[in-house]
Ligand binder design. Structure first.
Ligand SMILES: O=C1C[C@@](O)(C(=O)O)C[C@@H](O)[C@@H]1O
Length: 230
C-alpha cells in the first residue's frame, strides 16, 4: 500500500482481521470496520497479518454501528497501533470539534487521516460535492465522499467533481453506492479517486453496490491501477 495515498489503494473491508490471508492476493490493505467487530481493540493488538490497516469506527448516524461514547477514543487508540497506516473519521465529527483527539493521535503516530462523508439518500449538487470534499480535505490527508446515485447523471456529477479536485492536487476518494452507481467503484480511480473498497467476504458487504474483492481488483487493474507490493 502507498501510505501517502498518492497512488490508488484497494481496501478490503472486514470486521474480522483473521480474514486477512483471504484478502492478501488482491488488496493493498484491510479496512478494519471496528464498529462491526467484537472487541475491536483486542483484535487490533493481536493482529499479525501482512496487510496494513485502515481503521474505521463508523458512527451509527453515518451508516455504521458504533453508537457508544468511546467511539472516537477507540479510534484514537487504533491510530496508536503499529499496523494501522490510516484512520477514517467522519467529517461531521471533525466539524463538531469532536475528533481532535483522533486527528492528534494520527498525526503523532504518522498515521494518515481519511475524513469522510456519506449520503445514503442521494447525490448532492456538483457545487455541494466540491464543497464537502474541499472541506474534508482541509482536515485530512484524503477527503472521502460516498453518495447514492439515482441516475447516470448523478454518477457523472460525482466523477466530474472527483476529476476537478484531483486535477487541483487534492487527494480524494469517491464512490457512488447502490446499483446505479456501482460502476463508479471501478471507474472513479481513472478520474483520480485514491481508494476503492470491497468486502473480503462477498456475503458481508460494508456498503450497497460493492463488487467482490477479486472483481474490483480486476476491473481497476484493467483500467490501469496495479496492485502494489507492501
Ligand atoms: O466509507 C466507506 C466507503 C464504503 O461506504 C463504500 O461505499 O464502499 C464502504 C465503507 O466500509 C467505507 O468505510
Amino acid at each position: 500500500m502507498d501510505p501517502t495515498f498518492d497512488e490508488f489503494v484497494l481496501a478490503a473491508a472486514t470486521a474480522d482481521l483473521s480474514e486477512e490471508p483471504a484478502a492478501r492476493a488482491d488488496a493493498d490493505c484491510l479496512e478494519f470496520r471496528m464498529d462491526l467487530a467484537e472487541d475491536s481493540l483486542d483484535a487490533l493488538s493481536a493482529y499479525d497479518g501482512d496487510l496494513p490497516l485502515i481503521a474505521t469506527n463508523r458512527a451509527a448516524w453515518e451508516g455504521g454501528e458504533a453508537d457508544d461514547e468511546n467511539r472516537l477514543e477507540d479510534l484514537a487508540e487504533a491510530a496508536r497501533t503499529e499496523a494501522v497506516e490510516a484512520i477514517d473519521v467522519e467529517l461531521a465529527s471533525v466539524l463538531e470539534g469532536e475528533a481532535n483527539g483522533v486527528l492528534e493521535a494520527a498525526s503523532a503516530n504518522d498515521v494518515r487521516a481519511i475524513v469522510s462523508a456519506h449520503d445514503f439518500e442521494g447525490t448532492p449538487s456538483r457545487p455541494e460535492l466540491v464543497r464537502t470534499l474541499t472541506e474534508a480535505g482541509k482536515h485530512g490527508d484524503v477527503a472521502k465522499l460516498a453518495v447514492t446515485a439515482e441516475s447516470r447523471a448523478d454518477t457523472l456529477t460525482l466523477l466530474s467533481a472527483t476529476e476537478q479536485l484531483s486535477r487541483q492536487g487534492d487527494r480524494v476518494a469517491t464512490m457512488a453506492m447502490g446499483e446505479v452507481g456501482r460502476h463508479t467503484r471501478a471507474v472513479a480511480p481513472v478520474y483520480g479517486s485514491r481508494i476503492g473498497y470491497a468486502p473480503v467476504d462477498p456475503a458481508r458487504a460494508t456498503a450497497p453496490g460493492q463488487y467482490d474483492l477479486a472483481t474490483l481488483r480486476e476491473l481497476v487493474g484493467a483500467l490501469g491501477e496495479r496492485k502494489r507490493e507492501n
